[in-house]
Design a protein around this ligand. Sequence first.
Ligand code: SAM
Length: 291
Amino acid sequence: MWRSLKTIAVALVALTVAGAATAQQIKAVTPAQLPNPETLNRASYIEWMKANRGESEKWLGQRWDRYVQVLRVGDVKTDKMRRAFLMAPREVFAAGNPPVRERGYEHAFLDMGYGVTMSGPHLQSRMTDVLDVKPGEKVLEIGTGSGTQSGILSYLTDKVYTIEIIAPLADRTRGVYDKAIAQGYTEFKNINTKQADGYYGWAEQAPFDKIIVTCGIDHVPPELLKQLKPGGIIVIPVGPPGAQRVIKMIKQQAQDGTTTMTREDIYGGKIVPFVPFTKLVDGKITGSHNR
Ligand SMILES: C[S@@+](CC[C@H](N)C(=O)[O-])C[C@H]1O[C@@H](n2cnc3c(N)ncnc32)[C@H](O)[C@@H]1O
């Protein structure tokens, strides 16, 4: 009896040590210190990332394979987004909901629990690329969800602000960031989180250079337009429930102060369904902000 208990105890210690070793394996670097990963071919990318970041071959292989696809279909067009894609560990965020942890690189919306999804790599890449984030710009995201989108943004700027309405999900994803930071992904220190109704933006941190909305609504929230700088870009899914179009708008301000918005459908009219832009009433999620 005691011998078998001792065996179990030894096994548990071994497992804990193995877990700790896994958690320690990432090489911390600031994104600014990192040169572009090697992209000659799959093998050279994996070797480069193993040497410079210490990530596992399993995930690096999946990341590379999806990278090839997002380039092929034109969802990634800029060098900065190529680099962000190659650096961002989707497996860390998919792990927020254990049943889907193996599926982070699939071209799919993944169930994150709480009735919400983690958007797929193609959609996130296209939305982020057209946002054209420059180093040092302030970016606001509405709909933290799994945390993946903000994770990608953290390779483009050191000022990322993200709001999630579902309190336990906001807490869980904050925990995902903190664990990843402790593991060596120190770039996620660039991400500031808040649990609130994102319809009203983040007034204390405004104005923003860029805003990205990851839940669907039938109009553009006026407060978000107000918190966007002149010349700033907002990317937002707009339309009736389950049938939004992803719109990029640029805020233009004339010398007399008049503001106009240019509009461009980043999918040329294709419908892309998003989870609803919900509403907080007396601290409870009640319906949506659709008019
Ligand atoms: C498609 S999901 C998450 C995508 C996310 N950016 C990611 O990388 O996984 C959209 C998220 O928007 C959140 N959301 C919906 N309405 C919101 C609101 N009023 N304010 C803030 N977040 C909201 C949902 O709870 C959900 O987590």
